[in-house]
Design a protein around this ligand. Structure first.
Ligand SMILES: [Mg+2]
Length: 187
């Protein structure tokens, strides 16, 4: 099996880090930040328009936000070594599939290296369904939905549970942490 693994929301805690970053730099907004329920910034950063949030995240602060100081998702860091060992033992390949924008790709490579997520194969693309993987572990409802419909490999989407994908969890296979792949999905 070729197992596709997303970065933000699966390995990297971008949303948690973004929340802390906004609180620190804009304390006046601290009590207006809502629980993230989607990848639409305005839904949970209601004080900014979509354009203002995009500017904050992808222009003014992307090095801070996507850089090596961004914490990993704790369970994913814990699970990485056992997952890698399991994949090797069972002939599976772990493939990174991430839709980074142009300016965050290089810092994402550095981030992965710093936290030890040493993939042998990596793909940066917004068209994840075109990557030849048998399953895709992702947190984005849109990416998972498109993968389900159009995967070139007729692959299976797997929802990495987050507060912003509760609806997807109802219709698709879902996991709480990466190690669930070893036990619940292929166990
Ligand atoms: Mg993601």
């Amino acid at each position: 099996m070729r197992i596709g693994i997303d970065v933000d929301g699966v390995l990297r805690d971008l949303i948690g880090h973004l929340t802390d970053h906004v609180k620190e730099n804009h304390p006046e907004y601290a009590d207006q930040i809502l629980t993230s329920t989607s990848w639409d910034w305005h839904d949970w950063l209601p004080f900014w328009s979509e354009e203002e949030a995009e500017k904050y995240i992808f222009e003014d602060n992307y090095i801070d936000l996507f850089g090596i100081d961004c914490p990993p998702i704790k369970s994913s860091l814990e699970d990485w070594i056992p997952l890698k060992r399991w994949a090797e033992d069972n002939g599976h390949e772990l493939v990174m599939v991430s839709a980074q924008r142009e300016q965050t790709r290089e810092i994402t490579d550095l981030w992965l290296e710093k936290w030890g997520f040493d993939f042998k194969e990596k793909h940066y693309t917004h068209l994840k369904h075109l990557i030849d993987v048998d399953v895709l572990i992702d947190d984005s409802p849109a990416k998972l939905g498109r993968f389900k419909k159009k995967s070139v490999n007729n692959g299976t989407p797997i929802v990495f549970k987050q507060t912003w994908n509760t609806k997807s969890q109802k219709s698709k296979m879902s996991i709480d942490r990466l190690s669930d792949i070893m036990t619940r999905v292929f166990g």
